[in-house]
Ligand binder design. Structure first.
Ligand code: ADP
Ligand code: MG
Length: 388
């Protein structure tokens, strides 16, 4: 698929034109989709992302004069030049804040990063809920880890990348996206415990089962998204406080009914029900995959969508239309994935039905007067790596 080939040679050429010397290496980090476990990461619960074949690829050279130079093939504009010792959090640096934030987070943690020249290009669609931002952060972190021989683990790099996004860019995201980009492996979905960041690579070879996981990027992003995330997060924290636990992860699924009875706020009750039941859905999906019943996870995905739509209320008409359309047209299951209010949905289906389902979604979108969605298969791909 041409959309996901890694443009290494061109990247290296452009690096040379921009900076007047060769890069030392080229690194890649993927975007992701999350199979199940939504808004659970900051509740110290469970998630199950898989890496996409789409990657951010960066050609990078170390420099030790305190200068950081950044350029993206995907953004109009000149090289951004910054001094590493005067990087300032929340200074609204546009796209460059993501890689600059990683340099800042590394230095703030005491790692001796003295500068770099970086040029990148990415095939991860931006703002589609597929985590182009984490891909950008993680590719930067991995390159600097190698160039400065920092010896940091994937887990440490993911945490530093998350810190960059939280504290430097100013987006209060959980750790799922960065861990997915840093730690996923081909042919597996990553079962991640967001409390201790322990991981299990769960085999996820849909082709062998005659199945496919389609991503439907609705190409819409409703403005509500940013404030709504913070509001849901605050509501979950209020729920945990009211229930006397540090995080909603500590509410066992068996105790959900009695926990809900103890919550007086209707909204908080809905958020708690979503988070606790989605953690449970992760367990159910794991059990089904371990038992070899991949088709069995379809209904669990659709149940997850209903919970996101009705309890967390982060879906939107476009995402609901995808799920309704594919379920009516014979998919095994579907749900919105990522932060919501637009972005992408995933669809589990028989591989033989991929074409007819794609057509059904395209027709439904056209009939509703929506722009054409982008549909592609999510093949569980490699996490961040050095390419050369
Ligand atoms: P998502 O991570 O879901 O794609 P975000 O809003 O979190 O959406 O991150 C998107 C932002 O990341 C872009 O607005 C841009 O600042 C930055 N970004 C992503 N990909 C690139 C790229 N190829 N070049 C430059 N900046 C990028
Ligand atoms: Mg993002």
């Amino acid at each position: 698929m041409s959309a996901v080939t890694e443009p290494t040679a061109e990247l290296v050429d452009t690096f040379g034109e921009l900076y007047g010397h060769e890069p030392v290496g080229v690194w890649a980090a993927p975007g992701r989709v999350n199979l199940i476990g939504e808004y659970t990461d900051f509740n110290e619960g469970f998630v199950m992302p898989l890496a996409l074949p789409h990657t951010a690829v960066a050609a990078v050279a170390r420099r030790d004069d305190g200068v950081l130079r950044l350029h993206s093939a995907d953004i109009e504009g000149p090289v951004v030049e910054l001094a590493v010792d005067s990087l300032t959090p929340l200074s609204d640096g546009g796209w460059a804040a993501y890689p600059a934030g990683v340099v800042w987070a590394l230095r703030d943690a005491g790692h001796p990063v003295g500068g770099a020249d970086l040029h990148l290009a990415s095939t991860v669609p931006t703002g589609a809920g597929l985590s182009s931002s984490a891909a950008l952060e993680v590719v930067t972190a991995l390159a600097l880890n190698d160039l400065y021989e920092l010896g940091l683990s994937r887990r440490e790099l993911a945490l530093l990348a998350q810190r960059a996004e939280n504290a430097f860019v100013g987006v209060p995201c959980g750790v799922m996206d960065q861990m997915a980009s840093a730690a996923c492996t081909p042919g597996h979905v990553l079962h991640l415990d967001c409390r201790d960041l322990s991981v299990r690579q769960v085999p996820f070879d849909l082709t062998a089962d005659g199945l496919t996981l389609l991503v439907v990027d609705t190409r819409v992003k409703h403005a509500l998204g940013d404030g709504a995330y913070a509001e849901r997060r605050a509501g979950c924290e209020a729920g945990a406080r009211a229930l006397g636990v540090s995080h909603l992860r500590d509410v066992p699924y068996a105790e959900l009914p009695s926990a809900l009875e103890r919550l007086s706020d209707e909204k908080v009750r809905r958020y708690v029900r979503h988070v606790v039941s989605d953690d449970h859905r992760v367990e159910r999906v794991i059990a089904l995959l371990d038992a070899g019943d991949v088709r069995g996870i379809g209904p669990v995905l659709t149940e997850g969508h209903t919970s996101l739509r009705d309890d967390l209320r982060i879906s939107c008409p476009e995402l609901d239309l995808v799920v309704e359309t594919v379920c009516a047209a014979g998919a095994l299951g579907a749900r919105m994935t990522g932060g919501g209010f637009g972005g992408s949905a995933i669809v589990l289906a028989e591989a033989a039905d991929a074409e007819s389902l794609t057509k059904a979604v395209q027709e439904a979108f056209a009939a509703a007067g929506y722009a054409a969605p982008r549909v592609f298969p999510a093949v569980a791909s490699a996490g961040a790596r050095r390419l050369r």
